[in-house]
Design a protein around this ligand. Structure first.
Ligand code: ZN
Ligand code: ZN
Ligand code: FE
Length: 748
């Protein structure tokens, strides 16, 4: 006999880890103790060397899917400790009360099998779930997490379910939402007028879908609008009713094979599609020009059925449904039955609903998969409210995020809890949702913020929220420059303490000089930054109007470059405004340069959603070696885009292929980034570069730019756990606020 001390670091609390260890200890015939520690769990075990080694080998293989094991250290000692059984010790550290709450988990293979097994007592029961799958975050009202504090409270377990729940060997052991047709919720179908339709609700819904109807379907974190994806006319009807002209719709495909009808699916993409988190994965279309009614760019967002209801709805024969969040013009996703009947009247031809209440809204997550990892455009259902562990982060901080892609995060020890997708705060309903979610998170994770962080922008509603709250509660408020926050978010995401360079490209953020920034090279760390590089400012003719009316940007670029632009409608008045400097604030936003070039190339002149110019420019771009001139000058080093614009216009007017010119534009930006970062590295001696900001969602840029920087001898870091766009920015605010407060208090 020997003994071993095992330290497991990572996110292993509140994920069913201790029951798992308990079973594994029993299986391997060991004895000992387990207790939580501030960084994970610690075990002391007695047993034969062989059994101890087997335990350590099985541990990572069989760990619960939500557990994030960062490291396992084992120290053997020849003396057994003399344990007579296995015990869970309670520890008195603060972290012991730190219960994590699981995200919602897509239906598992075991439940799926039972769902479709006519001999099973849950055959075709749309609420089947187990310890490994089912609703979590979206049904929780309060902590501690047990059935009576979820929306399952009104469904007392029947004796059969209760037996499963209490049996440690059962796969429904302690599954709070466990239920069955005897004791659980029920699904029903309502017609357009809200009258219940008799018969099997799922079959009714399937028949109506096949008949070309648009249905509201209740999911985990809200309602979807669903219809047959291949029916172009029908999808256009949905666009008209939803007032969503051009923005791509996501699909739900029956399985990966069905997704492959429309898209290319790599093994890595397949793994994420089929994972228990079930995000929407952006997949390359087989034919870039096809399925324009679903997506006008080269990608389709695809997810697989993640609730038992979805599995039944798609059945054996429906390959693909449009599954778009049910909401109207930027308001939050509809999530209550009554609300659905009121707000979706005239949009949905029928309603597939149920009586298990959604407690918390949570939109589908959206990501790309590269090198086997998810890169988020939106980190939400399936991931939230799971924390990211940031070594050295400071607890008790609330970071309030930006505005359009609002999110917040809260910290507790090494854990940072990013919120789900919230939406655009400009909308009163979204703002109310935001404030309510902040309170919900604070209660769930028992965090009372002492410090608030917000953007420097005086008009963001998140800033106003932070100011009001800081004042009312006497809390410290740290204002953080937008791009500094982006940079810090990417540093924290990669565990960097800095100092380093930050190449931050996005649409717009408020600069320390009050100007609109967004094509920046910064240098610094959590405590501060200097602005080393930028773009020559682009005049926004008419201010914010230029963000939608891209031809205004085109005119400004052309006029400043001496290329005329007289053919653009409105040219005369634009010219007057520019020459008088009338309502033409400058912006160094990379997004504006993308939009302006997209308009010059005739790709898009009027944007109907944010980032559309850049998205379509990427979709149009073709592979080419061509690079336009890169002129950098001044301090901060500014990219003078005028020589590039002149050559783009020359090539365009020669009638050259638009796709080649778009490709050459992206090459030019890559070369500009390389030279600007080299300049920054020379000036500071820093060789780490973090990439952040919404422009880095551009997949062509991301395929080229990091490699170009690396070949210049720099180490490149991109976002891994939070989004590179404004949704991920609150993490950076939080780190900067922590450093600001720490500097005042620790005097280290
Ligand atoms: Zn399951
Ligand atoms: Zn039951
Ligand atoms: Fe931004």
């Amino acid at each position: 006999m020997e003994s071993v001390f095992i330290r497991i670091r990572g996110i292993v609390q509140g994920v069913g880890f201790r029951p798992f260890i308990h079973r594994l200890v029993r299986e391997t015939g060991l004895k000992g103790t387990i207790k939580n520690s501030s960084s994970g769990v610690e075990l002391v075990l007695d047993g034969e060397r062989e059994d101890l080694e087997r335990f350590l080998r099985l541990l990572p293989e069989r760990a619960p899917q939500l557990a994030v094991i960062e490291s396992v250290e084992a120290e053997y000692s020849p003396e057994p400790r003399g344990f007579s059984d296995f015990r869970i010790l309670s520890s008195k550290t603060e972290n012991e009360r730190n219960t994590l709450i699981s995200p919602d988990i897509g239906i598992c293979a075991d439940c799926r099998r039972e769902l479709l097994d006519p001999r099973d007592r849950r055959y075709r029961y749309p609420f089947i779930n187990c310890t490994n799958c089912g609703p979590r975050f979206t049904i929780i009202r309060d902590v501690p997490y047990d059935r009576c504090s979820t929306s399952m409270a009104r469904f007392p377990m029947c004796p059969d379910c209760d037996r499963e729940y209490h049996d440690i060997e059962n796969r429904r052991y302690h599954a709070q939402p466990d239920c069955c047709p005897v004791c659980g919720p029920r699904v029903f179908f309502l017609d357009a007028e809200g009258r219940e339709v008799p018969g099997d609700p799922v079959e009714t819904a399937r028949a109506r879908l096949k008949d070309g109807k648009i249905l509201a379907v209740k999911g985990l974190g809200g309602m979807h609008l669903a219809c047959l994806a291949e029916d172009e006319q029908l999808v256009r009807t949905l666009r008209r009713r939803k007032e969503r002209d051009e923005k791509p719709f996501a699909l739900m495909c029956r399985d990966t094979a069905a997704a492959e009808k429309y898209c290319l699916v790599s093994d890595e993409e397949r793994a994420v599609l089929e994972s228990f988190r079930k995000p929407i994965v952006l997949l390359k279309k087989r034919d870039r020009a096809a399925l324009g009614h679903l997506s006008e760019n080269g990608y389709l967002g695809v997810m697989l059925p993640y609730t038992p209801l979805h599995v039944l709805l798609l059945g054996e024969d429906l390959d693909a449904l449009v599954m778009t969040s049910a909401n109207l013009s930027d308001t939050p996703i509809v999530y209550r039955n009554q609300e659905a009947l009121e707000k979706l009247r005239g949009i949905a031809d029928g309603f597939l609903l149920h009586d298990r209440q959604i407690q918390t809204r949570c939109d589908d997550s959206l990501c790309w998969v590269l090198g086997g990892k998810e890169y988020f455009a939106r980190r939400s259902r399936g991931y939230v409210p799971f924390p990211v562990r940031i070594e050295g982060s400071r607890g008790g901080i609330l970071a309030c995020g930006a505005e359009q892609k609002a999110s917040f995060c809260l910290s507790k020890g090494d854990y940072v809890f990013p919120s789900q997708h919230i939406g655009d705060l400009k909308n009163a309903e979204t703002l109310a949702h935001y404030e309510q979610q902040i309170r919900h998170f604070e209660r769930l994770f028992d965090i009372r913020p002492k410090v608030l962080a917000c953007d420097l922008h005086p008009d963001y509603l998140s800033t106003e929220y932070a100011q009001n709250r800081a004042e009312a509660e006497g809390l410290e408020l740290v204002r953080v420059q937008h791009h500094h926050a982006h940079m810090a978010a990417c540093m924290a995401d990669n565990g960097l303490a800095g100092p380093c360079l930050g190449l931050i490209w996005d649409g717009v953020g408020y600069g320390t000089d009050g100007q609109a920034w967004g094509g920046e090279l910064l240098a610094g760390d959590y405590r501060g930054f200097t602005r080393l590089g930028s773009l020559r400012p682009i005049p926004l003719i008419g201010g914010d109007r230029a963000v939608k009316e891209l031809s205004r940007l085109a005119f400004a670029l052309l006029w400043e470059s001496g290329c005329g632009g007289g053919e653009i409608p409105g040219a005369e008045s634009y010219e007057k405004m520019l020459s008088l400097g009338l309502n033409c604030p400058g912006s160094s936003g990379m997004g504006r340069l993308f939009d302006g070039v997209a308009a010059i190339l005739g790709i898009k002149t009027l944007a109907s959603y944010e980032g559309q110019g850049a998205v379509l420019l990427e979709a149009a771009a073709k592979e080419t070696d061509r690079v336009y001139p890169v002129v950098l000058e001044g301090e901060p080093l500014r990219f003078d885009w005028r020589p590039m614009i002149r050559e783009i216009v020359r090539d365009r007017d020669r009638g050259e292929d638009t796709g080649v010119l778009a490709g050459a534009f992206l090459n030019t930006l890559t070369e500009m980034a390389r030279r600007m970062c080299l300049y920054g590295a020379e000036k500071t001696g820093y060789t780490d570069v973090v990439l952040s900001g919404g422009s880095f969602q551009n997949q062509i840029l991301m395929a080229k730019l990091p490699a170009a920087l690396e070949s210049a001898g720099l180490r490149v870091y991109r976002h891994r756990r939070v989004s590179c766009n404004d949704e991920g920015l609150s993490l950076g605010q939080l780190m900067i606020a922590g450093a600001a407060v720490g500097a005042g208090k620790d005097k280290k």
